[in-house]
Design a protein around this ligand. Structure first.
Ligand code: PLP
Length: 339
């Protein structure tokens, strides 16, 4: 495998801890839950993008980039971490963010984008992002800068390669501790890099665990296709003779709720359960929905009693503060019955 040959700019505290979650396990019933703490990757409040950015910034530097550009919603975790990674690497950072509000509140991830010195360009709608990104990159080239464009979520084969490595890291931790986990749950999306890398890594290892992507936005079919394609492209980049077909990619879309970025009552309940059993901070956009997916599968009896489950905590905590209003309605309305 050509993973070690990829340029890498160290940013993450690795390996991330693999922690038992005994109180959460007890609340759920006859399962053992462990949490893989990729919220503790260490860069700018942590999260899954730190691993990807090690390889993306490594690639940018190897290509002589002077500036990185990327895109996302105004509360993008990926953009926040890219801004921090660029600052560390001494690169300029331009972000194209979509927001229907002309002046979105300066809080959560957006606040941090400015804190890390990123140059922020706002557009109203998501589809408008790409053209602005390309125009900015073109203008930079004309000024003899060397732009490096990172697509949404850092989900290129270079970015996804980081999660092949994460799969190996997790498998090693499980083996060292003599634990056989049957499923690994994570938040997945049409960006798909984390899911693609993990699924490829698991397949490479002979599938010691099933990777369960819990969709955070509609269109499970599109997510499955995207993850499959990206996993194949990543296999090619790494010189792996491993093929992934769509049927192998598991996407559970029953916890999407009202749509991307909007929590359902199950999302809020999952956030409370994780907080009040294990002191974990989940977010309303990604990890809250992923945990709701895990809880839902256990409660519906889709998980066999005695199974060991791993929850991949991919970070995202700044969005919790940006969506304080959603939580306030639950937290200030008296006993929540979360336990
Ligand atoms: C906290 C969090 N979890 C999961 C994801 C999904 O990762 P990916 O973009 O690799 O699909 C994201 C993407 O932004 C994220 O911010």
């Amino acid at each position: 495998m050509r993973l070690a040959a990829l340029p890498r700019f160290p940013l993450a505290q690795l390996p991330t801890p693999l922690e038992e979650a005994p109180s959460l396990s007890r609340v759920l019933g006859d399962v053992r839950v462990l949490v893989k703490r990729d919220d503790l990757t260490g860069l700018a409040l942590g999260g899954n993008k730190t691993r990807k950015l090690e390889y993306l910034i490594g690639d940018a530097r190897a290509r002589g980039a002077t500036v990185v550009l990327t895109e996302g919603p105004a509360q993008s975790n990926h953009c926040r971490q890219t801004a921090a990674a660029a600052a560390r690497a001494g690169l300029r950072c331009l972000l194209v963010l979509n927001s229907l509000e002309p002046d979105p509140p300066l809080q959560g991830n957006l606040l941090l984008d400015y804190l890390f010195g990123a140059e922020v360009h706002l557009v109203a709608e998501r589809p408008a992002r790409r053209a602005v990104l390309e125009r900015l990159a073109h203008e930079l080239e004309q000024r003899h800068e060397r732009p490096y464009v990172i697509p949404t979520g850092g989900s290129t084969p270079v970015g996804a390669a980081a999660y092949v490595r994460a799969a190996l890291e997790l498998a090693e931790q499980l083996v060292e501790r003599g634990i056989q986990a049957s499923r690994v749950y994570l938040a997945t999306s049409t960006s798909g890099g984390t899911h693609a890398g993990l699924a490829l890594g698991a397949k490479l290892l002979g599938s010691p665990f099933h990777v369960v992507g819990v969709a955070v936005e509609d269109d499970a079919l599109a997510i499955r296709e995207r993850v499959t394609t990206l996993a194949s492209e990543t296999a090619a980049l790494l010189g792996l003779d491993v093929r992934i077909v769509p049927e192998e990619i598991v996407v559970d879309d029953r916890s999407v709720g009202p749509g991307y970025g909007v929590p359902s009552s199950e999302t809020l309940e999952a956030i409370l359960v994780a907080a009040r059993t294990e002191g974990l901070v989940l977010d309303p956009v990604y990890t809250g929905k992923a945990m709701a997916g895990l809880v839902g599968q256990v409660r519906r009896g889709e998980v066999t009693p005695g199974e060991t489950l791993v929850f991949l905590h991919t970070g995202g905590s700044p969005a919790l503060f940006a969506q304080a209003d959603h939580l306030a309605t639950v937290l200030l309305s008296g006993p929540t019955g979360a336990q």
